[in-house]
Design a protein around this ligand. Structure first.
Ligand code: BV8
Length: 261
């Protein structure tokens, strides 16, 4: 049953109403309506001017520590100014309707936490956390002042081993944190439904999750204005923006038998 517009919302609401365990897997598109550019937006995106391999890798950091550190602390400033849009609050409301709701996000902007979601698995880390590049000793984030400019900034050095401090995000070529990966793949393999919001499905291994859910028998729903690498795994597609579709989904849920508890 492949529906390609918001007319699919009642069918999604019925699926969610009947589900015990639901996963919502989000990507950069989830934050687009909060003013944070996605990675693949043409022109305006945060990476349009940069080569990701030069910035979002350990080699890039070791080669240009001030460039990379300045870019990440500027991005932290940008996301701190962002406000979670109604789609984020719809996911918080969804927690009151679904017995077990887990959010798995590729995003590092912390907006799910800021909106108040309780169970969030951050596959790729967070702009709000820092550690040293050699031993990953945690570094106090409050010792890192805000950056209002995207300019070079020499990183501080670890209080324990003296190594340069990096953002606690997963760079390309790095393994995802073991604990969060195990938890994410476990819940993807046993959920009744997975709603995939705002991801192009181009980055691995996160892109695998919708297929893990589908192969385990879950209903996969995609919320995205455009077709993606994930679309083939979806049995229902809502071609619309997260900030509009998610609140409409929660409204439709209150009209089904389960309404808010
Ligand atoms: C790994 C944190 C094992 C950092 C990120 C060569 C060497 C090494 C690895 C590889 C290699 N070749 C390939 C790989 C694997 C690599 C990979 O997948 N590369 C891609 C580019 C092909 N993956 C890795 O390296 C991963 N680790 O494989 O380890 C290993 C180890 C050693 C050697 C080999 C293997 C680690 C990947 C994690 C990278 N870190 N983020 C930072 O943020 O700076 S990735 C970053 O980009 C994000 O976290 C996110 O994951 C990704 C962006 O993807 P999306 O979120 O999907 O965003 P995108 O812009 O693409 O799409 C937005 C979507 O939103 C669009 O579909 C759009 O239509 C939609 N949209 C727009 N508006 C809205 C909307 N949707 C809803 N509402 C709207 N309003």
């Amino acid at each position: 049953m492949l529906k390609t517009d918001e007319a699919a919302i009642p069918a999604v609401a019925r699926l969610i109403a009947a589900a015990r365990s639901v996963v919502v897997a989000t990507g950069a598109g989830m934050s687009r309506e909060s003013g944070i550019p996605t990675f693949r937006d043409a022109l305006t995106d945060v990476w349009a001017r940069y080569d990701p391999a030069a910035l979002a890798t350990e080699a890039g950091f070791r080669r240009h520590p001030a460039r990379v550190f300045g870019w990440y602390t500027w991005r932290r400033h940008v996301v701190r100014a962002a406000v979670p849009h109604p789609g984020y609050h719809a996911l918080v409301a969804l927690e009151r309707v679904v017995p077990e709701l887990t959010i798995i996000t590729q995003n590092v902007d912390g907006l799910h936490h800021r909106a108040g979601s309780a169970r969030v698995l951050e596959l790729h880390g967070s702009l709000e956390r820092f550690s040293c590049v050699d031993a990953r000793h945690p570094f106090p984030a409050d010792e890192i002042a805000d950056s209002e400019e995207d300019t070079d900034r020499a990183p501080p050095h670890c209080h324990r081993c003296g190594a340069p401090v990096r953002p606690d995000v997963v760079w390309f070529g790095e393994l995802l944190p073991a604990a969060v990966t195990t938890a994410a793949w476990d819940v993807a393999a046993r959920c009744d439904a997975m709603v995939v919001v705002g991801t192009s499905g181009l980055v691995w291994p996160a892109a695998q999750l919708p297929f893990v859910a589908r192969d385990a028998g879950a209903a996969v729903i995609e919320i995205n204005p455009a077709p993606t690498e994930v679309s083939p795994a979806a049995s229902i597609v809502c071609r619309g923006p997260a900030g509009r579709v998610l609140p409409a989904l929660v409204a439709a849920l209150t009209e089904t038998e389960r309404g808010p508890t």
